[in-house]
Design a protein around this ligand. Sequence first.
Ligand code: SF4
Length: 240
Amino acid sequence: MPNQRRASKKQRSLEILLRLKRLYPEAPCSLDFANPLQLMIATMLAAQCTDERVNLVTPALFAAYPDVYAFAEADIADLEQLVKSTGFYRNKAKNIRAACQRIITEYNGEVPPRMEDLVTLPGVARKTANVVLAHGFGINGGVTVDTHVKRITNLLGLTKHADPVKIERDLMKLLPQPDWENWSIRLVYHGRAVCNARNPKCGLCELADLCPSAKVLPVVPVSEAAVLPVVSLVPEAVQS
Ligand code: SF4
């Protein structure tokens, strides 16, 4: 019986994946970057910030600090000023500079293309590392789990966990590896378009027949629903 349940959950997750692909055919990274270092830094800045805001900040940032050595030697006050509008700027500036210093001392100045190395960099945990691996190196190392992915994966009944690491583990068992990263991006799109946190539109949702939470959610009148900011796919706990 448990095996049957597992099999049906897997079938359901694959059908959900197919429908998400049909609904959102394109699943690009929404951060602007030219190389893995810029992607890593943009992803760090996207913690608790929108990708749109990060994309406004990074052109001047990458012009001021063109490579890992420039970031590693940055004057911290100057760096803070350039990233200030992304929020949590002191920690972000400190982590970016420290991560670049470690990339130089431990990895010959190149962003390492391995999860176990990436997560040793200050300010880089699994979420950032997953994004860097997927979009910087074409490696699906895991599933990025942000607040949207966590919420909707739970609503879809594909996990019972609240801990992002455990949710990621569940999703890695259910989804084909090539789809690990695009699952997260498409789920974020679905959260913005249909499965809003305050007012999921189950009646309009093309996943409703596959979703155990359909219909059971209380519907909040649109006038009472707060307009939520679009939060980045990769909000990472800013590490001090
Ligand atoms: S059916 Fe409702 S709760 Fe389930 S994914 Fe769709 S909008 Fe979200």
